[in-house]
Design a protein around this ligand. Structure first.
Ligand code: NAD
Length: 467
């Protein structure tokens, strides 16, 4: 059912009804039971297993993702998250006892993680499967109901997700709402208990404004320009291999793709030669013949990227095929911050290069701009690694690698400033979708008199305890 095709009134009425049903189901209390949550997670995983072929076919149609790419970046990620959550959920969900200060003598403090209630999950098109299912696993683990709004730009996989979820769960528990911007807006007009949004910073602001109307807590997983810095002591061929991999996965349509290169002046020429070799080794001498190389999502994004080829000087690559929206991996030299390619997130297989002499220039360049979602630094010098980590604010990243930080369930993943608010993956997903309720259990065996106004030494005791 495509909500975008409905009249405004019909869409609003249907969504209101769905939200009411989910509220009713949530208040039945079923989702509070940890065994129930574990069963749902296992059911979800088994259904995904049964749907693997359909997922592959849909992602081939939407983005020309190969079997390897789908498994590595969409399905494995989801299995990893669900397995890790199933293994640890009982311990995460336990109330945790905390210390009490002397002033609270006789009492104990506990933190109870509790589900928020109804979660709204809005997701983008670039990793359209895992960016729906990973947050959903967190929402289920924490005991929430959820409405998912996948992207309208990848209709094949969105249809498969809708079918899969419908087969798995009743809509009063988990539902997929298919539609575009009007549908997302109609959903945002409803009252949710948590909003989890993945997408562009521009739309993130609209989502946050809508959330503010109901004071709904939210996570914003956004994007931006993620720098990749290669210092003069780096292992050049390994760095090139890892950077090319990170840039070319999903044809660069990755929120944490290395957006642009900052290379130390002394090694620039040699390093760019390594980049050229790494492209050929990974994708063949002529990438245009590689049938597994992903394509650009739609014509608008394709034209936007092709226009960037006018910037600077193309060192390697530069060919494209409009019919299949294919662009080959392309390295562009001689760019500066005024070039259009350096203004916005590229989100395609184009890699502009700039050089630096001293790392202080890098700190200035990056810190003068919106805080990146990711940053990658290639160097074997521990002091310099720490200097980069301590002098630039960014969501997260790697030393001597790209993108891999995102795959560990032990590392919370998220942005900072313009690249996002909050984080998820592993326990962080459970925490994101849980309210932490703090409760003090007071003793009734005795009653310390110090707080009461009729106690002669009250002020003295307070002064003694807090000074
Ligand atoms: P987008 O912001 O255009 O769309 C994302 C979702 O928001 C879609 O479901 C869409 O229907 C909805 N939407 C669009 N306009 C809306 C509006 N006016 N009001 C309400 N909802 C609206 O993003 P996109 O083009 O799908 O994705 C690309 C962006 O997402 C990039 O910036 C990328 O870096 C970012 N991203 C971030 C992460 C992350 O984990 N941080 C992951 C993937 C993508």
């Amino acid at each position: 059912m495509d909500y975008e095709q409905m009249s405004k009134n019909e869409r609003m009425a249907k969504l209101k009804n769905l939200v009411e049903k989910q509220n009713f189901f949530f208040h039945s209390g079923q989702t509070r039971n940890i065994s129930f949550r574990l069963e749902q997670l296992k059911l979800l995983k088994s259904k995904i297993k049964a749907y693997e072929d359909k997922i592959n076919q849909a992602l081939r149609k939407d983005l020309n993702k190969s079997l390897l790419e789908v498994y590595a970046t969409e399905i494995a990620m989801v299995y990893g998250e669900i397995n890790h959550t199933v293994k640890n959920l009982r311990s995460w969900a336990k109330p945790s006892r905390v210390k009490t200060p002397l002033s609270h003598f006789g009492s104990t403090g506990y933190i109870y993680p509790e589900p928020y209630g109804l979660a709204l999950i809005i997701s983008p098109w670039n990793y359209p499967f895992q960016l729906v299912i990973c947050p959903l696993a967190g929402a289920i683990a924490a005991g929430n109901c959820a409405i998912i709004k996948p992207s309208e730009l990848c209709p094949n996989i969105t249809g498969v997700i809708a079918e899969l979820i419908q087969e798995c769960f009743p809509e009063e528990y988990i539902a997929v709402v298919e539609g575009g911007i009007e549908t997302a807006k109609a959903l945002l007009a409803e009252k949710f208990d948590y909003i989890f949004y993945t997408g562009s910073p521009a739309v993130g602001k609209i989502v946050m404004e809508a959330a503010a109307q109901n004071l709904t807590p939210l996570t914003l997983e956004l994007g931006g320009k993620s720098p990749c810095i290669v210092h003069n002591d780096a292992d050049l061929s390994l760095a090139a291999k890892r950077i090319v991999w990170g840039k070319c996965i999903n044809a660069g349509q990755t929120c944490v793709a290395p957006d642009y290169l900052l290379v130390h002046k002394n090694i620039k020429e040699k390093f760019l030669e390594n980049i050229k070799n790494a492209i050929q080794e990974s994708y063949g001498k002529d990438v245009t013949n590689n049938e597994d190389f992903p394509v650009i999502i739609n014509d608008r994004h394709f034209q936007r990227l092709v226009a960037y080829l006018e910037n600077g000087q193309v060192l390697t690559g530069g060919r494209y095929d409009e019919k299949r929206r294919f662009i080959e991996p392309t390295v562009i030299d001689q760019v500066n911050w005024n070039c259009p390619i350096m203004q916005d997130e590229i989100f395609g297989p184009l890699l502009p290069v700039m050089e630096y002499e001293d790392l202080s220039e890098v700190f200035k360049m990056v810190n003068d701009r919106p805080k990146p979602l990711a940053l990658y630094f290639f160097s074997n010098n521990k002091n310099l690694q720490n200097k980069v980590i301590n002098n630039i604010s960014y969501g997260g990243g790697c030393i001597n690698d790209t993108i891999f930080h995102l795959v560990s369930p032990y590392l919370p993943f998220g942005g900072v400033g313009n690249s996002g608010i909050g984080s998820y993956h592993g326990k962080s997903s459970f925490d994101t979708f849980s309210h932490k309720k703090s409760v003090l259990h007071q003793t009734t065996l005795f009653d310390l008199p110090a707080r009461y106004p009729n106690f002669k030494y009250a002020l003295k005791v307070f002064r003694m305890l807090f000074h």
